[in-house]
Design a protein around this ligand. Sequence first.
Ligand code: SF4
Length: 350
Amino acid sequence: MKHANISIFVPHIGCPHRCSFCDQRTISGTQHAPSADDVRAVCEKALGEAKSPENTEIAFFGGSFTAIPRGYMTELLETAHEFTGEGKFKGIRISTRPDRIDREVLDILKKYGVTAIELGAQSMCDDVLEANERGHTAEDVFNASKLIREYGFELGLQMMTGLYKSNLMKDMFTAHLIVGLHPDTVRIYPVVVLKGTRLGELYEKGVYEMPSFDEMTALCAKLIVLFEEKGVRVIKCGLHASEFVEKDMIGGYYHPAFRELCENAIYKDLIWDSLFEMADMKYPQNYGEEELSKKVEKIHGEHIVAVDPSCISKAVGQRRSNIRHFSEQGIDIKIIGDENVAEYKVELRR
Ligand code: SF4
């Protein structure tokens, strides 16, 4: 049964930081801070409707859960804790800043039945963290992750790609360091530039250089494969579709189905790789004209590509984009499902 979350947003009212991408208006303005009674009402309703509460966590999202006033935090946890255990929800999930984790906080989280902690790492490059005014360092991410694992919580790390002063190489470097911290899960957020943020100002001044949308999709496709191959579950790639983002976005990499675009790109590359392999084409070999045309001829024509049955639509692409892409190159691809083929693998069946 699939994992589910009962999401409760806890805004960090009065946050002293000014992260470049964060829209402070949503923190101080319209967002409602839930009371313990609100949490109880949400949990009661969700428990009544849950098909499989044993696979569901109560999730306090907002990014700074352990930085909110301590009394308020424990009040929310105490209430949520009543709804966990035998016949109820699996546990509690929180997300917070890496510099707001220490033994005292972890003892409290343990006491109230928290099962998973997600850290907003964003980048593992100190210059990027500084340029985006995160107020913490990569070392804080290392230390907090180590402590979270030592306490036996599930560890989740969140990274942002395309931040100010970052680039494709630094984002890839961040991903490799994250793999080394052995998180259970990861969320990848390609940056979205919102009006009224520091990033928005830099973007409007024209001093914020960003990779193109296609470059970012290709990077995130590589990150998904890297994490999944290393046993780190990618539970999110791209921001949730929301009216707020669509209204206030002035730049960056928002698409309502961003992950799907990345997965289509993964399968497109896998199919190309297997076609080249089948034709025994090696890079950077310099083939003679005759030999090359024989190899290209082998690639042209019809091919049956087997994928994990749950990945057929990823391989076909949104609105058949991958099928059309190959067809434009004179290659007729037919995708079939085969449960012996692993996720993010393809097999050619001629
Ligand atoms: S993203 Fe940064 S500025 Fe925004 S609430 Fe979190 S810590 Fe504060």
